[in-house]
Design a protein. Structure first.
Length: 683
């Protein structure tokens, strides 16, 4: 029977597609080589641009384990194969080499496992040479790749031979062993600026941008990755800051907030979140909060998942992360760009996974959150950075796309992204409460806080005053009893007895009311904010002032313009009732034009979605010296002297985080409105 099988025979030109054209950004091509050095157990990598020479070249040297001929043939010359892959169970190809490098290699999880990184050299230049050896006693193996030889699509990739020798010395020997890669005939200039518009938080020069990307590569703080440094050099550069040594974790020591979190699954299959926060000394002192704080552990049941807007499952596997925030000064919070690059980067086993967190990729939703709030989000993208850590061992379902730019979309990645975004929302709420809400207070809000402190002091003094008034009031009560005895004497004329009895009743009524007030304020505590039904506030004030209105011949009525059944406010109820009572008394006693029937309306409305308005409307002659939309302070009383109750009204409403003002006043009457923050009912 005929064997009907067929086989792929890749064209030599496939190299161009897999390397030169697949890698869109030359920085990513450089990073691929740095990743290879990391995977080789290197502690030091030198990236050296020779831009003044002809031809221009790039030299990348490391002190990793290096390769002998067998390892080079088995690994480097087999694109798609990698000993670093978890699927490989064959003999170790990198067991021989520098002892320290071998030890580091054994502790590191691989940065890449597709074996395509070396082809990225075609993106950088037309020719690549590699020198490598495991130990200083071995000869350098020299291998030459001329990428132009792979452009013939009629050739199979196996038809293009790769020359090598053991006699050619490397152009530099930074280290005694390891690997040296030289890419010649660079395809683009590396000096000057990056074309196009400036990107906020990103360097403008080409080498500066590469340095920044290398900083991204090694940014995690975890100590097991710190022994890895990159020395970026160039014989030509635009800015001296474009070159230098890059180490892990640099730039984060000055952060005002470092928030760490980890997610795992407990024995009952619930997702468990552990959180901690570290504040700078300045922030901790300013806010009187601990420098380092472990936050309560959260078990994600159905209720917690709904509250935090996250999945109940962790199909992606356990992971951890760090968010870093440095709020700019209050006066420049929207303009300052932090010196440390913004963006939350994703690392797999300590090495960057592109493009997450790089410019243009808002995978955490920081920029989107800002846009949804018309620029008023609690955290501005330029002041926020961080990283999230995953591993191949723990997060097997989080798979890279074939072009290494992103994770494959599946249920695991959906869970992962939602959990990270929920953590950002949780951290943003902390920042809002601790930093931004105090800074964003309006002058009126600050006055509210001051008024609240004043009210607390006033409550203490009021209790003392009420207690002091108790004894004179008791003595006055005895005098009233004596007056009653005198009024009943038989030797007094009847008309005098009647007058004295009338006076006695009035004094008794006033004493009863005064006694009630003193009893109330003797035990008065500092007003507390409570969820209070608006109907209860209005009923209490109406009951208190209805007798006065009746005595003065004033028609007092309540006219709700909205349904008040479920309408409530978060206020100190006693203060608001007192304020409404005072305004009702003034409205009832306001002078009227001759022949006008006196009326006062108490109107409840909702002028804005989050505001409840209580309006007191009278048909008096207006307030002299006041105009529409003005303060109630300085209004004369109906007795032609300064109204002493109105400052108390102003203070009580401010303490309640509301506002009070004259909406309208004139010959036809006055409207004074109290606006209070509305409570929202959640189903």
């Amino acid at each position: 029977m005929t064997d009907r099988r067929m086989f792929f025979e890749p064209s030599a030109r496939l190299q161009r597609y897999l390397g030169r054209e697949l890698i869109s950004d030359p920085n990513l091509a450089v990073i691929e080589f740095v990743k290879n050095s990391y995977d080789a157990g290197a502690a030091n990598v030198v990236v050296d641009f020779r831009l003044r020479e002809k031809p221009t070249s790039l030299l990348i040297s490391d002190d990793g384990v290096g390769m002998d001929e067998e390892a080079f043939r088995s690994n480097w010359l087999r694109p798609g194969f990698s000993e670093k892959s978890m699927d490989y169970h064959g003999p170790a190809l990198f067991a021989r080499g520098n002892e320290s490098a071998v030890k580091r290699l054994s502790r590191r999880e691989p940065a890449g496992e597709k074996g395509l990184g070396r082809l990225a050299a075609g993106r950088l230049g037309g020719r690549m040479e590699v020198w490598t050896r495991p130990t200083p006693t071995d000869s350098w193996m020299h291998v030459v790749f001329d990428w132009a030889r792979y452009d013939d699509m009629t050739k199979r990739i196996t038809d293009v031979d790769i020359p090598y020798d053991f006699t050619t010395a490397p152009p530099v020997e930074e280290f005694g062993s390891g690997t040296v890669v030289q890419v010649s005939n660079l395809r683009q200039p590396w000096t000057g600026r990056v074309p196009g518009r400036a990107v906020r938080g990103r360097a403008r020069t080409r080498l500066g941008r590469l340095k920044q990307d290398l900083q991204f590569l090694v940014r995690p703080l975890e100590p097991e990755y710190r022994r890895f440094e990159v020395d970026l050099r160039s014989d030509a550069f635009t800015d001296p800051d474009d070159v230098g040594i890059i180490v892990a974790g640099e730039g984060q020591s000055t952060a005002d907030y470092i928030y760490r979190f980890s997610l795992d699954v407990d024995e009952a299959d619930y997702v468990v979140i552990k959180r901690s926060i570290k504040r700078s000394v300045a922030i901790a002192d300013e806010l009187d909060l601990p420098r380092e704080q472990e936050l309560p552990e959260v078990t994600v049941n159905h209720t917690a998942a709904k509250r935090e807007g996250r999945p109940e499952e962790l199909r992606c596997g356990p992971f951890s992360g760090t968010f870093i925030y440095t709020p700019p000064p209050a006066a420049r919070r929207a303009s300052k760009v932090d010196g440390f690059a913004s963006g939350v980067l994703l690392y797999r086993d300590g090495v960057l996974v592109e493009p997450y967190g790089l410019p243009g990729d808002d995978w955490v939703g920081v920029e989107a959150r800002k846009a949804s709030r018309q620029g008023h989000a609690a955290i501005q993208p330029a002041t926020f950075s961080g990283h999230v850590m995953i591993s191949r061992r723990e997060n097997r379902e989080l798979e890279d796309m074939s072009n290494r730019l992103g994770l494959l979309e599946n249920e695991a990645s959906d869970d992962f992204f939602e959990h990270v975004r929920a953590e950002f929302a949780f951290f943003e709420a902390i920042i809002y409460e601790e930093i931004l809400r105090p800074r964003w207070r309006t002058p009126a809000a600050k006055a509210t806080v001051q008024a609240r402190h004043a009210a607390e002091l006033a409550a203490v003094r009021l209790r003392a005053t009420a207690h002091s008034a108790g004894q004179p009031l008791q003595a006055l009560a005895f005098d009233v009893i004596r007056l009653e005895d005198i009024a009943s004497r038989s030797d007094l004329p009847q008309d005098v007895k009647d007058d004295l009895a009338h006076i006695n009743r009035r004094i008794g009524t006033h004493l009863d009311k005064l006694g009630s007030i003193i009893a109330r304020f003797t035990g008065e505590s500092v007003p507390e904010f409570r969820d209070t039904a608006v109907q209860a506030l209005i009923d209490a004030a109406y009951r208190e002032k209805a007798p006065l209105a009746e005595a003065e011949g004033v028609a007092l009525c309540v006219k709700p313009r909205v349904s008040v059944e479920d309408l409530s406010v978060l206020v100190p109820a006693e203060l608001i009732v007192d304020a409404v009572e005072e305004l009702l008394a003034n409205a009832i006693e306001a002078p009227r034009p001759e022949g006008v029937s006196a009326e006062v309306e108490l109107v409840i409305s909702a002028e804005e979605p989050n505001v409840v308005r209580i309006s007191i409307i009278d048909n008096g002659t207006g307030i002299e010296g006041k105009g529409d939309d003005s303060s109630i302070l300085g209004v004369p009383s109906t007795k032609a002297r300064p109204a002493e109750g109105l400052p108390l009204v102003e203070n009580a409403v401010k303490v309640s985080q509301g506002s009070v003002r004259i909406l309208q006043t004139g010959p036809s009457g006055t409207t004074i409105a109290i606006d209070l923050p509305r409570m929202r009912r959640h189903s």
